[in-house]
Structure formats: C-alpha cells, structure tokens
Design a protein around this ligand. Structure first.
Ligand SMILES: Nc1ccn([C@@H]2O[C@H](COP(=O)(O)OP(=O)(O)OP(=O)(O)O)[C@@H](O)[C@H]2O)c(=O)n1
Ligand SMILES: O=C(CO)[C@H](O)[C@H](O)COP(=O)(O)O
Length: 425
C-alpha cells in the first residue's frame, strides 16, 4: 500500500525556507532526449510546486494527493508532463512529511524523469527550491541546468503538449511566457470600509494561469534577487521576471481545462473531465479490408451513432506499430472485428501489448472481440469450443484490469450483409 499523505502542518510552521539547499533525489535516471521545440531545441525542464496544504479544499489531505477516480490528482499532472518527451527533467517540490507518500505514487504509477525536492512554506519558496535543484551550482545534484524551465502547478492536471510548446517557444523568444484565460467574473477593488472603490474593465484584463515558462537564468536570478515579502506574499512568477529581470512576458491563450483545482467541487469536475476523455476514443481493429463486409458497417454505425466519439481504425498487423500512438492518446476502448479467423491469437497479442503499455494500471481497459462466423463454412461446435476459451482468458486478464468480452455473430452468408446494421449494437 502506498503511504498515506500526511495532513499538512500549519503553513508557517514548515521548517524549510528558501535559503536552505533542497536535496534532489533522482528517482528515475531515465531521461528523455530533448526534442526540438521551435527551430533549435532548448533543453527544457519543469518545476512543479506540490507543497501546499489546500486550505480552500477544506479536507485533511492536501488536494494534490486527493484521489480522483482512485488515483492521486498529482499523478495526472505528472502523466501530462511526462508524456511530453522533450521535457527532460520534472522537479517536484513536496513537504518532508509527504515525501514518502510521493515516492510511493511515483513507484505505483511508474512516473518517469521525476526528482523530488523539499517544498517551502509558500508557493514561491517551493518553486525557488525546485529551481535551485536545477541550477548548476548544486554540487551533489544529478540534474543539469536547462535553457528553459516550465513552472506548472501540481493541481492543474489537464495541461496539454500544445500549450507547453507555446509557452516554451515564447519564453525562448521573450524570456518569459504564461498561459492566460478570459476573466469569468469582473474584478473589483474594495475600499477599507468594505465598499466598492473601483472595478476593472473585464474585457481588458485576463486571469493568469499555468503553465508558465522562462529562460532559466531570467527566473533563477529573479528569485535570487527577490525580497522576503515577494517570497512570502507573491503569487505571480511572471511579475518576478518583470520586476527583477525587466522581462515583459508573452501571454499565450490557454484552454479552459487549465484551471487550478482549488475547491472540493473542482475534484468532481476533474473526475468528469477524465471520464469524458476516456470514453471519447474507440479504437476499432478490423482484420479485413473488404469495405463491403459487415464489420465495416459496424465502423459506420459507431461513427454515426457516437458522433462525439473519435473512432480510430487499424488493421491488426498495424496494431503493434501504432499502439504507442494509440496508448499515448489514452485510448481505453478497443473493438476488434475478426472476420478472417476464429482463434483469438490477435486478441492475445493486443492484450499483451496493452499490458506492456501499463495503460490498465490507471483505469480498466475494455476490449470487445467480435467474431463473425458464417454457419455454412464453419462447424458450429468446433468453433464454439475454440471461442469458449475466451471466457477463461477473460477471467485471467480481468486480474490485470483488462475487461475482455467476446461477441459471436453467427450468420448465414445468404443474409449478408444484414439490412439493419443496428442489429450489431
Ligand atoms: N507552500 C506551498 C504552497 C503551495 N504550493 C503549491 O502551489 C500550487 C498552487 O497553489 P495553491 O492552489 O494556492 O495551493 P495550496 O496553497 O495548497 O491551496 P490553498 O491556497 O487553498 O491552501 C499547488 O500545487 C500547491 O501544492 C507549494 O508548492 N508550496
Ligand atoms: O494562477 C497562478 C498564476 O501565477 C498561480 O497558480 C497562483 O497565483 C498561485 O497563487 P496561490 O498559491 O496564492 O493560489
């Protein structure tokens, strides 16, 4: 069992400040090769502050460790970053008391390229500790200084590669960049007596979100120069780059899903988004190219009936080659149409590949194997006997969180193709 994250101590009682050296423990030495972002590929690392107490969430467990579909929230954010192969190191700032819990999460969900540092008593101090671990002046650090550093909150799980690429590319050009969103509510400034002093024109202002990216030297020097007041009360890294590095950050429009999980209701929203994403991609693996075959009607039916669902078709021989891509797209639903064969070797191959991909560690993967058998050419008893084995196999793979279901469509070829394709659903 993974150690339970400890309820936080009061923020200001936390013992580690910005002036203390964080110790980086590299949990996985495997580093991805940096891939070009823009014309020349900068070395990119990420710092994730994850040392907060989540007071606004109002639950004892810090929100980054709260389960969403039985998996800690931070694990989704790590997965979103590690999917981006050009981010070579991910430094996570965690409080000492949650260090073991964090290591347990990294092991359980097989996160890669993660180093842990001690968090500070404020978000800025946690980020500073992460940057120190990446700076070259750390004698015992296994990390190397990146050209560009991404800063991203551990509690913003839905960050996509495109926005990361945009902020990194802009940071390389401008020195700093950050994601923004239109304001939902108008920002007003109250006076000391609790009355309206003035309000801001909503259309002229933006909400600053994450991710943000910086030339490493710009943000590291800003943190080195900034005051205790900044470290204690500041909430905006872009402001530090402006105040201490005279860098005007480029602002990049982000997606609505970049919001920060803050209140309890946000956990429910996160859960719904994850469920929606999982259910919206079906991979159809078809062992025939015959466009007239009823199997292809199934593809048409799926595409027509589920028009919000992405349906990807593959031939089995392409499955291996394309699986990495399908897996990286988080496809959890597979329909395999078997016309040419009634054995389930192809299904075994697919299940093996899914197991190796570790996709099913996170949620159940559903595989529906559909067999079309022409009763004239195939002796029923013999084929049923073969196919009954799928039951035993399904029991076996269920233990590994793969839900396999066999569907036999035994049809007389004379009626083929069926007039009403809905009989397939
Ligand atoms: N001392 C701190 C405080 C915050 N954070 C991190 O900064 C991110 C954004 O901060 P926020 O949403 O304010 O988190 P909390 O401080 O945990 O929340 P709250 O303000 O409700 O207590 C979170 O990933 C949080 O874990 C951090 O690393 N170290
Ligand atoms: O949205 C942000 C942009 O900088 C930060 O995540 C936010 O300001 C953090 O502040 P706090 O820790 O006070 O919630």
């Amino acid at each position: 069992m993974e150690p339970r994250p400890a309820a936080p101590r009061p923020r200001l009682c936390d013992s580690l400040g910005a002036d203390q050296t964080p110790s980086a423990s590299t949990l996985n030495a495997a580093r991805a090769e940096a891939r070009p972002a823009g014309r020349r590929a900068p070395a990119v690392a990420a710092v994730l502050p994850a040392g907060g107490s989540g007071e606004r969430m109002g639950v004892p467990t810090p929100k980054q460790f709260c389960p969403v579909l039985e998996r800690p929230l931070i694990s989704y954010t790590l997965q979103a970053l590690e999917r981006v192969c050009w981010i070579k190191d991910i430094v996570v700032a965690v409080t000492g008391e949650n260090m073991e819990a964090m290591k347990g999460i990294i092991q359980k969900y097989q996160h890669q390229r993660i180093s842990l540092v001690e968090a500070g008593v404020t978000r800025h101090r946690s980020i500073f500790n992460g940057l120190k671990a990446l700076a070259e002046d750390q004698p015992d650090s296994k990390l190397s200084k990146p050209e560009v550093v991404i800063i991203h909150d551990a509690v913003r799980p839905f960050v996509e590669e495109d926005v990361l690429l945009k902020v990194v590319t802009a940071a390389k050009e401008y020195g700093a960049a950050g994601a923004i969103r239109p304001l939902v509510s108008t920002v007003i400034s109250p006076s000391a007596d609790g009355c309206l002093d003035h309000s801001l024109e909503r259309a002229r202002h933006r909400a600053s979100e994450m991710p943000q990216a910086f030339l490493f030297d710009v943000i590291y020097e800003a943190y080195q120069q900034c005051s205790d007041y900044d470290l204690e009360f500041g909430t905006e890294c872009l402001q530090l780059a402006l105040k201490y590095g005279h860098i005007k950050a480029k602002l990049v429009e982000g997606s609505p899903d970049l919001w920060k999980v803050t209140y309890k209701r946000d956990l429910y929203a996160a859960e719904s988004i994850i469920k929606e994403r999982i259910s919206q991609h079906i991979c159809l693996i078809m062992d025939t190219k015959d466009e007239n075959h009823v199997g292809h009607r199934l593809e048409e039916v799926l595409k027509d009936e589920l028009n919000h669902v992405k349906v990807t078709s593959r031939l089995p021989c392409h499955t291996g080659r394309d699986l990495d891509q399908i897996v990286s797209e988080q496809c959890y639903s597979y329909v395999c149409v078997n016309v040419m064969t009634s054995d389930f070797e192809e299904i075994r191959k697919l299940v093996n590949m899914l197991e190796e991909s570790n996709l099913s560690i996170l949620y159940p993967v559903v595989v529906i194997s559909v067999y079309f058998l022409d009763y004239k050419s195939v002796p029923f008893d013999q084929k049923m006997e073969n196919l009954m084995q799928i039951r035993e196999y399904a029991k076996e793979v269920k233990k590994r969180n793969i839900l396999l279901c066999g569907l036999l469509i035994y049809y007389p070829q004379v009626f083929y193709p069926p007039q009403d394709p809905s009989c397939l659903t």
